[in-house]
Design a protein around this ligand. Structure first.
Ligand SMILES: [Ca+2]
Length: 400
């Protein structure tokens, strides 16, 4: 199983690359026909798919109200990056400064880049500092300056620290034909390192092995004017050597429990630019699963004990089936009832806390209770089903 020993939260990053849901948690606000969005490819900074925003009539925004909450509280000292490209300027006719906005409720702060672009002048990458103001001079860096239309610097700090969303817009002029591209809206360190990566880990209860899927968030794999591009190598931390990263997700299996530090090294012209590491650990369950008569399961970890008990219960009776398992956004708890009765289902996390509870009055025969697991963190849970005075439990893995 994976243990809760991941050392730090991974920072939000929208790369608009998902083939089925490229906009991720971004949405129109308000929802109207003033702006449309679609995808294009490639962003010449990294060769990836990007977001296109089209201004069709009056104003509207494109916001992400999910991933960028409380930015200042979580990522002070880091930078909010974005890639920008101007395709059509709505006949504005002058160079424009790319912008990105952070909002908190109705308050807005705007980072204005120093660089200017004109239609089809190329992609630019901008870093906005995540910093507090200490006077009415708002924070700035080499890439640009934070601005706000109204309010005090204390208001600025409130928006930065208690942000509710990040916001972008194609609006440049009142004429509705602007078309802009955004990509790689990511929070990362300001040092220009592009070796930050996303790690998805899962544990197979069948093989007792852990699998790590690694994706570099916004690698610079292509040469652009003034930038020769980078190469990346991955060290999985288990003595298996290094592996080159060539642009898609890399997968690695761990068959032995332990603590592993996975590192990505970014190099330019054979020179190391930076290294990013992430530590995770997992432990095999170590439960003698064949020995179901052993009811006095003892384990140094309470969660192991809970799982061991669940496995014993599972081995003794197949009263419930969980589909799918591992689950992502939902799980169906399937059971067969000999008569109409009330069935209650509890989802318990490894600390023993009930995270979800549901009761349903079901007819006899094959029945199913759907639990929404969308909001739950990935990990191991126990599903407890109580019907006809009997409790049955099963182990459920939630893997996002
Ligand atoms: Ca992208």
């Amino acid at each position: 199983m994976l243990l809760a020993c991941v050392l730090h939260a991974q920072a939000p990053c929208s790369n608009f690359n998902d083939p089925t849901n490229p906009q991720g948690n971004w949405q129109l606000d308000p929802v109207n026909d003033n702006v449309s969005y679609s995808s294009g490819s490639p962003n010449t900074m990294d060769g990836s798919q990007y977001l296109i925003l089209n201004d069709l009539s009056g104003g509207s925004w494109f916001i992400n109200p999910t991933d960028f909450k409380n930015i200042g509280q979580r990522f002070m000292g880091q930078c909010l990056y974005f890639d920008f490209y101007l395709e059509k300027d709505g006949n504005y006719g002058q160079p424009i400064h790319p912008t990105i906005h952070i909002i908190s409720g109705s308050q807005v702060i705007t980072f204005v880049a120093n660089v200017t672009v004109t239609p089809n002048s190329g992609w630019v990458r901008v870093r906005a500092p995540i910093a507090n103001a200490t006077s009415s001079t708002l924070p700035s860096n080499a890439d640009g300056t934070w601005t706000m239309a109204s309010g005090t610097w204390a208001d600025f700090n409130n928006v930065m620290n208690n942000s509710t969303a990040v916001m972008i817009s194609p609006d440049i002029t009142s004429s509705p034909s602007e078309r802009v591209y955004y990509d790689n809206i990511c929070i990362k360190s300001c040092d220009g390192c592009s070796a930050d990566f996303k790690l998805d880990t899962s544990f197979s209860t069948v093989s007792n092995a852990a699998t790590a899927n690694l994706t570099i968030l916004n690698p610079i794999l292509f040469s652009t004017p003034g930038n020769p591009g980078s190469t990346y190598t991955v060290n999985w931390g288990d003595g298996s050597g290094t592996q080159p990263y060539i642009g898609s997700t890399l997968t690695h299996d761990y068959s032995n429990g332990g603590t592993y530090t996975i590192c990505v090294t970014e190099m330019k012209d054979r020179r190391v630019i930076c290294v990013r590491c992430f530590t995770f650990c997992y432990s095999k369950s170590g439960v003698p699963s064949k020995d179901i008569t052993n009811t006095a399961v003892k384990s140094p970890f309470p969660e192991l004990e809970a799982i061991a008990k669940a496995e014993q219960s599972q081995a003794g009776q197949k009263d419930i089936v969980l589909v799918p398992n591992p689950a992502k956004s939902y799980v169906d708890v399937q059971t067969t009832l000999s008569k109409r009765e009330t069935v209650s289902v509890k989802l318990v996390d490894i600390s023993g806390k009930v995270v979800l509870e549901k009761s349903e009055n079901l007819d006899s025969g094959s029945q199913s209770i759907k639990l929404n697991t969308d909001k739950l963190a990935q990990g191991i849970y126990i599903v407890e089903v109580k019907s006809n005075g009997k409790t049955t439990s099963q182990k459920l893995l939630i893997s996002k």
